[in-house]
Every structure is written in C-alpha cells, then in structure tokens.
Ligand binder design. Structure first.
Ligand code: SF4
Length: 349
C-alpha cells in the first residue's frame, strides 16, 4: 500500500510523517494533577508499546505536574489544552513535547503569537484537532450541516493561522464518530495539506465494540495510504487502546510487533481444547520478540496446509498433536506436551 508522503516532524524523540513508522498514541484517563498515578499509567502504556501519550491539561495545577510526569516516563508527552493560552505557555515551559490547541480558539493575535513564538523557539509541534461535535457555526451554516468539507475548512483555518507566523511544525486531526464520514473527511484533508495526520474515530465506544469500530475506521483510512499516527479511543483502560492499535497496524502489514499469531476458528473436526491452547500460545508469544508467524490449528488433516505460510505451528489431533514448520510436519507429540514443545522450538529458531 502506497503511503501518502507527509512532512517529517519530531515529537520529542519520536519522528512522525515521511517514511517513519505509523506511531501509536494513547491518552491518560488519570487526573493529571496526580502525577504519581499518571506516571504509573504511562509506564503501563509504554510497556504495551505506546509511543506518544497525551494528557488533559485543564488548569495550572495540571500544568505544574508536567515536569514531574516527564521525569518518570520515557515516551513523548502531549498536552491537550482548550482555549487557555496561558496553559499552553506554561506546558511548554514545563517541557511538554507537543501541544494540542486550536489557534483559532486562543483569542486575540497577541495570545496566538505568544503561543506560536514559544512553540517555534522550542521546536514544539502544534496539533490542530477539529471535532465534528464542535464545528464553527458559520461553517455549519455554509454547508447546511456538519460535513466533511466543513470540517476540513475549519482545520485549514487553524493551519493558516499557524502558517501566518511562519511555523510549519504542525500535525492535524479531524475526529468524527462515523466511519464513512471520517474516511471522506481524511481523504479531502489529505489532498489539501502535507502535514502529518493523526487518525482516530472518536467516541468509538467500550473496549470490544470500540475496538471493532476503530479497526474498521482507522484501518480504512490507513488503507487509503493516509495517517502518520493513530489513537484508538476506548471507554476503558487505555492499555486496551494500545493493544488494539498494534493489531490494526499489524493486520495491514504496516508494523510488526514480535510474533504474528494466527489460529483457526475450530470446527467439527477439532478434537483438542484448541481455544485454550490458542489463548495460552498467544499469551506466551507476546513475550517473545521474534519476527515469526506462529499458527495454532485444530486438526492434523487441514491444519498444516491451511497455515502453510506460518514459520511454525501446531495442529491438534485426538490426545496428540503435530508440530509443523512451513506446512511440513516435523513431529508428533502428546497433547500435554504441545505447548512447551512449540515454545521450545520457537525459542530455538
Ligand atoms: Fe477445522 Fe481443521 Fe480448519 Fe481448524 S484447521 S477450522 S479444525 S478444518
């Protein structure tokens, strides 16, 4: 899949846009004023593979936590600020790596200039984030309702304000909760600008349904070659957002994160407890950082052939199982020895 070329920008130590890997973001749901709890959550996110993390900065007290949070984490930190330019200035002073603020909402020119000047001085990217729920009234009137074109026009207005101050360190996102609407919006936006684009489907829902909606939405936009960073928004533990984001990128072949795991859906031919075997193998594979494809298949008749593209795998039988490599059977082992034997061989590869 051909990726649309965007400008490369750096968010702290992470580069996005250009040919850089599509980065995984998440957002804390802790009270930012509680630096300890926020650091703890970010550490869990880092462990799962989160590469950029955003925090809400609603007041000065939250701003004051930034220094401490930065000391306790490794990944770049983004401040989510609405309207108040003083919070943007303070967040940057306190070492934030990126700010999400819409310049058109800051107020008078003097305030806008103060924020952009400081961002420029410290090379801090500004993310412009337009949301379908808060489109300017005049654009709703111009287009008759909230439309993809209206949202893109809104984003471009903010972009132009930043460009007016001769600053190009910009990331843009336009969030909506409707998938076809989002696809259309990003497709228009991507033709208009070459700044890196951040993708997400907003208010996607709870962990299970939200993950599916995000996979369809973000996945569809990524398949158009659009998107430089992604965030899956879920009502739940943000660690689930990172897990889902990894799966989306893996499924499209855009990133690799250790072992790629495949398993069959089971059917009337399955004679082992394949569901529990598959779950255990998948869990164990997450701990191994190897560029391999591992398959867990239900039967010896079809399994090895069906998973021919796997580097190694197992196929269940009655009381025993087969270990196969690239579709060829290696050995027959008792059912209880299947998992340890498979893991041993994976570690030897
Ligand atoms: Fe059924 Fe075997 Fe295919 Fe699994 S691999 S779905 S058990 S035929």
């Amino acid at each position: 899949m051909k990726r649309k070329q965007t400008r490369e920008i750096a968010i702290g130590s992470v580069k996005i846009g250009g040919d850089n890997p599509i980065a995984i973001q998440s957002m804390c749901n802790t009270d930012t004023r509680d630096a300890k709890a926020t650091i703890e959550q970010i550490k869990r996110l880092e462990e799962e593979g989160c590469e950029i993390v955003r925090i809400a900065v609603p007041d000065m007290e939250a701003c004051n936590s930034i220094k401490e949070i930065k000391k306790g984490i490794k990944i770049p930190l983004v401040a989510d600020i609405h309207f108040d330019y003083r919070l943007a200035l303070k967040a940057m002073e306190n070492g934030i790596d990126k700010i999400r603020i819409n310049p058109g909402n800051i107020g008078n020119e003097e305030r806008i200039k103060a924020v952009i000047d400081m961002a420029k001085e410290r090379n801090i990217p500004i993310r412009i984030g337009v949301n379908s729920g808060s489109l300017e009234k005049d654009l709703v009137e111009k287009y008759g309702e909230v439309t993809p074109k209206g949202l893109v026009e809104s984003a471009l207005r903010h972009v132009k304000i930043v460009e007016k101050y001769d600053y190009n360190n910009i990331v843009v996102s336009i969030k909506a909760s409707n998938v076809p609407f989002s696809m259309q919006t990003y497709s228009i936006l991507s033709n208009e600008i070459d700044y890196p684009l951040h993708l997400g489907i907003t208010e996607a829902g709870t962990v299970w349904s939200g993950a599916i909606k995000s996979a369809v939405g973000i996945g569809s936009i990524l398949s158009m070659g659009i998107g430089d960073t992604i965030r899956v928004s879920l009502t739940g533990d943000p660690v689930e957002e990172v897990k889902t984001a990894k799966e989306i990128l893996k499924s499209l072949g855009l990133r690799r994160f250790g072992i790629e795991f495949v398993s069959c859906p089971t059917c009337g031919r399955t004679e082992v407890d394949l569901i529990s075997i598959a779950n255990k193998v998948e869990q164990e594979c997450k701990k191994i950082n190897k560029n391999l494809k591992v398959a867990v298949m239900g039967c010896a008749v079809n399994g090895p052939g069906e998973a021919r593209e796997a580097d190694i795998g197992i196929a269940g039988g009655k009381g025993y199982g087969l270990i196969f490599k690239k579709g060829e059977i290696l050995k027959k082992v008792p059912e209880e020895a299947l998992i340890p034997e498979l893991l041993k061989l994976i570690n030897e590869l």
